[in-house]
Design a protein around this ligand. Structure first.
Ligand code: GLA
Length: 380
């Protein structure tokens, strides 16, 4: 037996093992894309191999991302006693993702959140998107970016980083223009995960990308006792189908006032909705000289874990997991119920193409869409 297998036969052995044991297993011996370890995570229904890449910093904090949907699968973060837990919802293996995942950890696009009737105009042209949420289009349509394979490549950087890219062809899910899009995840030793997005197009189009991680800083149970702070003086009220009415309303004196740390469950019932809970876009306060804002902080008093999100985006969607109804069993056999997680999606406002008073989501040929958000994991 030679000390190390020649590369070809090592790959053959790994593929054979996968073929024999089926999807969902982690058969491929860990190897490296640059400095980022990678392993097989499963196989798509179309037979494509799905790989999981793990960024780890010197504190042992780690973030695992798969190339299917450029999706965060796992974040291992310490509590105030140094005990690590996985603080995002998802599945232990790949196979449930394509059918069951309500965007767990995914990169959502081309347009995060809803577009009313799945329709918008660019000049005189009316575009019709798939209506995958009642009459509306949600998170890029039936086969959004969350259900596509992305090409992974290592990034030259001082910190572990991985870049995912894909070409979204002209007309994909009804959106105009060939869109070349990339999303880069990097993790530094200050426990800061940065997600940076870039895109270019060859035709006028619209774009709104976000990450859809479901955070539970306690590592399980409900998030109703977690404290949330949102740096937002206003939010965008919605109709019964969660489409913004166009109003930008002051949060003062409403259940949407999170300017001081507030338990998520405190005013949740008053927020109403069907199902009851928060599912709203908040208008972020910005500094005088920059569009960067410390958008949100979540604190779990039990574990001491904190999450701070900063962004250059104008809004953040706060969704309290209202649609989770106990029908999904996730990691470690945990049943995901209402309020099992906090989702905080940095983004432009929902349905912006149909509201001229909202910041524009237009992308023109020759321009580059460029945005980033940081997620800092700490303890108190
Ligand atoms: C977003 C939406 C919610 C819901 C989830 C996915 O956060 O705002 O209404 O559709 O995605 O379940």
């Amino acid at each position: 037996m030679p000390k190390s297998l020649p590369l070809l036969s090592a790959v053959t052995v790994a593929l054979l093992f996968l073929a024999l044991t089926g999807p969902g297993i982690q058969a491929e011996p860990a190897s490296s894309a640059g400095t980022v370890p990678v392993k097989l995570f499963g196989k798509t229904p179309q037979g494509q191999l799905v790989r999981l890449y793990t960024l780890t910093n010197k504190n042992g904090l780690s973030v695992s991302i798969m190339d299917y949907g450029a999706t965060i699968v796992k974040i291992m973060a310490p509590d105030r006693n140094g005990k690590f837990a996985d603080i995002v919802l998802g599945f232990d293996k790949f196979s449930p993702y394509p059918k069951l995942s309500p965007y767990f950890g995914a990169t959502v696009g081309r347009y995060a959140n809803r577009i009313a009737q799945g329709q918008f105009y660019l000049g005189k042209n009316l575009y019709q998107l798939p209506r995958n949420d009642g009459q509306n289009s949600l998170h890029g349509g039936k086969v959004g970016f969350d259900k596509r394979m992305w090409k992974a490549e290592p990034v030259e950087s001082d910190t572990p980083a991985i870049r995912f890219s894909r070409l979204s062809p002209d007309g994909e899910e009804g959106y105009p223009g060939n869109l070349f899009v990339s999303v880069t995840f990097s993790l530094n030793d200050d426990n800061e995960l940065r997600i940076s997005y870039e895109a270019t197009t060859d035709k006028q189009t619209i774009i709104n990308l976000s990450n859809h991680s479901y955070f539970n800083l306690a590592g399980g149970g409900t998030i109703l006792n977690e404290e949330l702070t949102l740096n937002a003086d206003a939010y965008t009220p919605v109709d019964a189908k969660l489409i913004p009415t166009g109003e930008i309303r002051n949060v003062a004196g409403t259940p949407w006032d999170f300017r001081e740390p507030t338990q998520v469950g405190l005013h949740l019932k008053e927020a109403g909705g069907k199902p009851i809970g928060y599912d709203h876009n908040f208008v972020l306060n910005k500094g005088w000289f920059s569009n960067w804002s410390e958008a949100a902080e979540v604190y779990d008093p039990k574990s001491g874990r904190t999450l701070t999100i900063s962004t250059d985006q104008p809004g953040i969607q706060f969704y309290s997991g209202n649609f989770l109804d106990g029908t999904i069993t996730g990691k470690g056999g945990e049943v995901y119920r209402q309020y099992s997680a906090i989702v905080l999606e940095t983004q432009h406002f929902p349905d912006s193409p149909n509201h001229s008073n909202f910041p524009s989501t237009l992308l023109m040929p020759g321009d580059t869409y460029k945005t980033s958000s940081t997620y800092t994991f700490g303890v108190k």
